[in-house]
Design a protein around this ligand. Structure first.
Ligand SMILES: Cc1cc2nc3c(=O)[nH]c(=O)nc-3n(C[C@H](O)[C@H](O)[C@H](O)COP(=O)(O)OP(=O)(O)OC[C@H]3O[C@@H](n4cnc5c(N)ncnc54)[C@H](O)[C@@H]3O)c2cc1C
Ligand code: HEM
Length: 397
């Protein structure tokens, strides 16, 4: 909890910090990467940095955390902290790195707000920072303990399957032959690859096989194309172009908090679009294994049936469940009778009372589905989602 004197100062300065977040963030990253170029090369996503898409997530989440502390002094925003900590753990973030971030973040705040940063203001925001940092460090420590390691492990590609024209599945086995820890359906691993210029870049990929896949891990990667204004995605294209059976990949342990909750009597709705199908198929596989009794409504949208990765598994797992109506929408070439043409639209879909929903796909898709579910009476707290990029919803975007 924030001390009383700091709470008043944070309340008074929050608007100024919020209004200058963009500039504070820019100066923060410029200073951080000038002092520690290795962090941009080998830890942060340099594509997001170049495009500016991730930049506000970190500072924005501190402002969101401060707002939460002021509005609900007795509660910790566990959902927000958990999501960040899972991401950090998958990246191997270490406790001592928090002092480095603190140094550069505060230098940026002083730079931008100038004399407004009196000793009281600095002390109050330092308190906010360390409340959040220490909470994250504690959750990350627990996550590392549960995984048994914070180290990267080398895996060999034992199978490579072309799912669609732009999605490839890699099945992997640990090179050391050691045991493979189980995971919860919906979780992801970080994959670290060495690139031709010597950089090592990290991206997250959801485990797309059912959790019973034995000593194997499976990820399905969509190639991110470039166009006239943006370069092609670095890691997805590297994996597609260069990683074959027999090659090695470095993986983190599985992390992620978009996992199934509730018991076998909870009705579920699993909605995906495009490559967002990966964690959803893993969840469906898990439910098929355990013979989930309550209805499971399966919803997916894609460009066409030929673009629908893991479609055979999607249908087969649903088919194994006693009550799992399937609703697929394709923008074109929808097979008559079994799928509809257009974007996902839940108007005619029955959503049983008490449904818990899990969503994964592009943000406009998730916004639309979330809105439709709320209209149908699903509680906002029962709608869970995964964003395949920086989660700017965390920062209130
Ligand atoms: C929890 C989680 C789970 C995920 N699961 C999956 C999954 O199962 N399957 C999957 O395929 N993906 C998944 N992703 C997405 C994945 O992690 C990567 O983000 C994706 O593969 C793109 O990475 P990339 O290196 O190819 O692209 P990046 O190099 O990261 O580029 C991303 C975008 O930024 C643009 N960009 C890069 N540089 C610039 C620049 N200088 N100027 C302007 N724009 C630029 C690129 O054009 C591209 O559109 C997941 C992400 C998360 C967070
Ligand atoms: C209190 C301090 C910190 C806060 C509030 C914070 C917050 C965040 C947030 C909100 C995200 C985005 C999560 C998402 O994608 O859903 C993120 C991602 C990330 N964080 Fe932190 N973070 C902190 C400290 C650190 C530290 C110490 C490091 C290591 C130097 C670090 C490295 C990263 C990296 C590498 C990412 C992924 C972004 C990318 O790849 O570009 N963070 N953090």
């Amino acid at each position: 909890m924030l001390s009383e004197q700091s709470a008043a100062t944070v309340r008074a300065t929050l608007p100024a910090v919020g209004a200058n977040l963009g500039e504070i963030t820019d100066r923060f990253y410029t200073g951080l990467f000038a002092a520690h170029p290795e962090l941009l090369r080998d830890l942060f996503n340099r594509g997001n940095q170049a495009a500016g898409t991730q930049r506000q997530a970190l500072a924005g989440s501190i402002a969101a955390f401060a707002t939460h502390l002021l509005d609900h002094p007795d509660q910790r925003p566990d959902a927000m902290l958990g999501r960040i900590a899972h991401k950090h753990a998958s990246l191997g973030v270490r406790p001592e790195q928090y002092a480095v971030v603190h140094e550069h973040l505060f230098a940026a705040i002083v730079d931008v707000l100038g004399e407004a940063v009196t000793p009281e203001v600095a002390a109050a925001w330092t308190e906010v920072y360390w409340l959040m940092a220490n909470a994250l460090i504690a959750i990350e420590r627990r996550l590392y303990e549960e995984s048994g390691t914070a180290e990267w492990r080398t895996w060999e590609v034992v199978e490579r399957v072309a799912e669609t024209e732009d999605v490839v599945t890699f099945r992997l086995r640990p090179l050391d032959g050691g045991p493979v820890r189980g995971f919860r359906a919906g979780q992801y691993v970080s994959v670290r690859v060495g690139l031709p210029d010597g950089a090592r870049q990290i991206r997250q990929y959801s485990l797309s096989g059912a959790p019973d896949s034995g000593a194997l891990r499976q990820i399905s990667v969509k190639r991110v194309p470039g166009d006239a204004t943006t370069p092609e995605g670095e890691v997805s294209n590297h994996l597609h172009a260069h990683v074959r059976v027999g090659d090695a990949l470095e993986l983190s342990e599985p992390y992620g908090d978009l996992v199934l909750d509730g018991g076998e009597d909870t009705p579920l709705l699993l909605a995906s679009a495009g490559i967002g199908v990966t964690p959803i198929v893993a969840m469906l596989g898990r439910l098929a294994e355990t013979g989930h009794r309550a209805p499971v409504t399966v919803v997916h949208g894609d460009r066409s049936p030929a673009h629908h990765a893991l479609r055979a598994e999607h249908e087969a797992y649903a088919g194994k469940l006693p009550q799992a109506p399937v609703h697929f929408w394709y923008e074109s070439q929808a097979p008559e009778g079994t799928a509809r043409t257009g974007l996902v639209d839940l108007t005619d879909v029955t959503v049983p009372a008490g449904t818990h929903a899990y969503l994964c796909g592009p943000l406009p898709f998730m916004r639309a589905v979330r809105g439709q579910l709320i209209e149908k009476g699903v509680a906002a707290a029962d709608i869970h989602y995964e964003v395949f990029g920086p989660d700017l919803w965390l920062a209130g975007a």
